[in-house]
Design a protein around this ligand. Structure first.
Ligand SMILES: CC(C)(COP(=O)(O)OP(=O)(O)OC[C@H]1O[C@@H](n2cnc3c(N)ncnc32)[C@H](O)[C@@H]1OP(=O)(O)O)[C@@H](O)C(=O)NCCC(=O)NCCS
Length: 226
């Protein structure tokens, strides 16, 4: 597929492949202070059911890439499950953006936006996907601006989420809900929902008693008139 949305460079979009691993290792070392095991590089380039990936390439050079993982809610951690309303957990999928990066000379040219938007449009064809989320270093202001520019919302501040070279670093979790996915209700929403159902129960009961009394009165009047 040829890109049309980017402002400047010409490039193509394609999924990551097994022969990208050397480039991927180089780029990930450049962009992220986290080391990924060899098995991870193998998995993201071969397991297309679990990982949805996309690279922006010029000839054989990757200039930007995104790696996402489709996580079934039944195999999600409690922290991940807490991102979704309990009523929606059954058979749903949460997609995690594992890594996203663009080579320095190609930044601010819309490439990451094209990559993420393309992933989002593919996920939109999967109704069981209820949200796309990620963690970002609290100090990574550029990435935070980037995700906010695409409509992702901050759902959690997580102190000491990353351990980087022996130092703990804080993170934010950002999420974009889709297919009516929604966060768990707040305590106030729980109270309002409970009050609503109590009110609805009392109202139904009252209507029942009222109708029953009315019909008895009518019967009584008919007998008296007869
Ligand atoms: C974050 C990153 C992927 C953005 O890639 P990009 O291709 O430059 O992003 P885009 O050009 O699509 O930017 C889209 C919007 O995001 C925001 N944005 C992106 N980079 C920004 C920056 N450095 N400063 C301020 N806002 C920025 C802007 O709103 C921008 O729109 P604009 O250029 O019209 O103002 C890139 O900076 C990068 O590779 N960083 C290193 C790796 C990284 O931190 N990845 C994220 C890990 S969670």
């Amino acid at each position: 597929m040829r890109s049309t949305a980017a402002k400047y460079p010409d490039y193509k979009l394609r999924p990551l492949r097994a022969d990208d691993v050397t480039q991927l290792k180089y780029l990930h070392t450049q962009w992220f202070p986290v080391e990924y095991p060899n098995s991870w590089y193998h998995d993201i380039t071969t397991d297309t059911e679990r990982y949805m990936t996309l690279a922006a390439v010029q000839e054989d050079t990757i200039i930007g890439l995104v790696v996402t993982e489709l996580r079934q809610s039944k195999s999600c951690s409690p922290d991940e499950i807490a991102l979704l309303d309990r009523a929606q957990l059954r058979d749903s999928i949460l997609t995690y953006i594992m890594t996203l990066g663009v080579r320095q000379p190609f930044r601010r040219m819309g490439i990451a936006s094209v990559l993420v938007k393309e992933i989002l449009s593919r996920l939109k064809t999967l109704p069981e996907v209820k949200g796309v989320y990620l963690h970002v270093l609290a100090s990574n202001k550029h990435a935070i601006k980037f995700y906010e520019s695409l409509g992702f919302g901050c759902c959690e501040f997580i102190p000491h989420y990353y351990s980087i070279m022996g130092h703990f670093q804080n993170a934010y979790c950002y999420i974009l809900y889709m297919h009516d996915g929604q966060p768990p209700p707040t305590p106030m929403q729980v109270i309002i929902r409970s009050l609503r159902s109590v009110f609805s129960y009392v109202y139904t009961l009252w209507m029942y008693v009222y109708m029953a009394t009315k019909s008895k009165l009518r019967q009584h009047r008919t007998i008296a008139a007869g």
